[in-house]
Design a protein around this ligand. Structure first.
Ligand SMILES: CC(C)(COP(=O)(O)OP(=O)(O)OC[C@H]1O[C@@H](n2cnc3c(N)ncnc32)[C@H](O)[C@@H]1OP(=O)(O)O)[C@@H](O)C(=O)NCCC(=O)NCCS
Length: 195
């Protein structure tokens, strides 16, 4: 896919694949279902998300949404990239366009437990911060997680994001109130050490 902004419909697409020291990031295709279901089916992966463990049909639906999330055009759009290692999908990362007017974005990430604890999420999410700040000229990028999701809060801290808020009982997920943390980074805080 050609990188840059489509002159007719103004959709922004990054140049892909993006290759880091240990990973390659690319768009999803429906051929990735087996790899995606392998982590979406696990209760420990869905536990802190807004969804629980997904069966194969639910994973297929989720994958078809991720396949469509291939560029950013308007508020509410997401770019979702498959994170691959040695050809297999080990997780995904996303960058959302929250507000064009206010230059705000949002990151997200999900990794297979077999590939956690080695810094892969840090390496891949750092790419999404770079895309947001350097290519989309975003002013502020946020990330949110359940207050119980320590690995996610640690990841955002590792990326250099600041904890901005701790909301109590701000959502009801599966009948239970959830506390939520908001982390953020401004473009001027995006220092060389975090790129
Ligand atoms: C949130 C999530 C992506 C974090 O994954 P993670 O593996 O902990 O994060 P990283 O890949 O950055 O790895 C960090 C760990 O690897 C270690 N590590 C090893 N090599 C590293 C390196 N080169 N760079 C950074 N960390 C490294 C770190 O010390 C850290 O270990 P610790 O957890 O013992 O402190 C993962 O827990 C997940 O997918 N959870 C399920 C879905 C989810 O909750 N998503 C977020 C919703 S808000």
């Amino acid at each position: 896919m050609a990188p840059g902004v489509d002159r007719v419909c103004r959709v922004w697409h990054p140049e892909l694949p993006i290759v880091t020291d240990r990973l390659a990031l690319r768009l999803f295709t429906m051929n990735d279902l087996a790899d995606v279901w392998a982590y979406m089916r696990l209760p420990e992966v869905g536990r802190h998300m807004l969804w629980a463990a997904r069966d194969q049909d639910e994973s297929r639906e989720a994958l078809s949404r991720m396949v469509a999330e291939n560029g950013l055009e308007k508020d509410g759009d997401y770019l979702t990239l498959a994170v691959t290692r040695e050809g297999a999908v080990i997780g995904h990362v996303e960058l959302g366009l929250v507000s064009t007017e206010h230059e705000q974005g949002e990151i997200g990430y999900v990794f297979h437990p077999a590939h956690q604890g080695r810094g892969f999420a840090t390496e891949a999410t750092r790419v999404m911060l770079r895309l947001g700040f350097a290519e989309m000229s975003m002013h502020r990028i946020v990330g949110r997680c359940s207050a119980r999701n320590l690995p996610s809060a640690n990841l955002m801290t590792r990326l250099g994001m600041r904890k901005e808020a701790h909301f109590l009982d701000c959502r009801k997920v599966n009948g239970e109130w959830r506390e939520e943390l908001i982390f953020a980074m401004l473009r001027r805080e995006w220092s060389t050490e975090h790129r």
